[in-house]
Write a new protein. Structure first.
Length: 165
């Protein structure tokens, strides 16, 4: 379809598409965005339009599919609420903990330094944010060995710190 033909056909159905966009979105700004996205997609794919078919139905289908795709995208995307907003809205649910911690960082670091280097290094790297694959690459070890050493380090630290209490 040629650009001039597209313009003619679009001018004929523009009012209908605006009403359809408004009915789908229930918001004038979103309706304008949907109409623009529909025009863009239609122009991008005008070579797929078959002469003699219903232009109004073709554009309506593009608009409906664009709206559905946008809706699915919005539903899948999690909404982030800042911690400050969340905390401000939940003042009654919060409680204060003034009790001393059962374990100080100093005690944990002492026990970590007492671990064998074979276990301490992968554990420290993992705790620092490295992924298992990265640790395996750095230490030139199979990934299974890295995972088992981190698990063993956790277990040893847990046992030693439990005995201190």
């Amino acid at each position: 379809m040629l650009q001039s033909r597209f313009d003619e056909e679009y001018a004929r159905v523009a009012d209908f598409l605006e009403l359809l966009a408004m009915r789908l979105t229930q918001d004038s700004a979103l309706a304008n965005d949907l109409a623009q996205d529909t025009i863009y997609r239609a122009l991008s794919n005008c070579e797929h339009f078959e002469e003699g078919t219903n232009f109004k139905a073709w554009m309506s289908t593009i608009m409906r599919n664009t709206f559905i795709s946008g809706y699915r995208k919005r539903v899948r995307t999690p909404h982030h609420v800042s911690t400050a907003v969340f905390a401000a809205g939940n003042q009654q649910a919060m409680s204060r903990n003034d009790g001393p911690g059962n374990l100080t960082i100093k005690e944990m670091l002492v026990e970590l330094s007492n671990l064998d280097e074979v276990y301490a290094r992968p554990f420290t790297l993992h705790y620092s944010g490295y992924r298992y694959e990265e640790i395996a690459q750095l230490m030139q070890l199979p990934i299974g060995t890295v995972k088992s050493r981190i698990f063993a380090a956790r277990r040893q630290l847990k046992d030693k710190l439990r005995l201190q209490r």
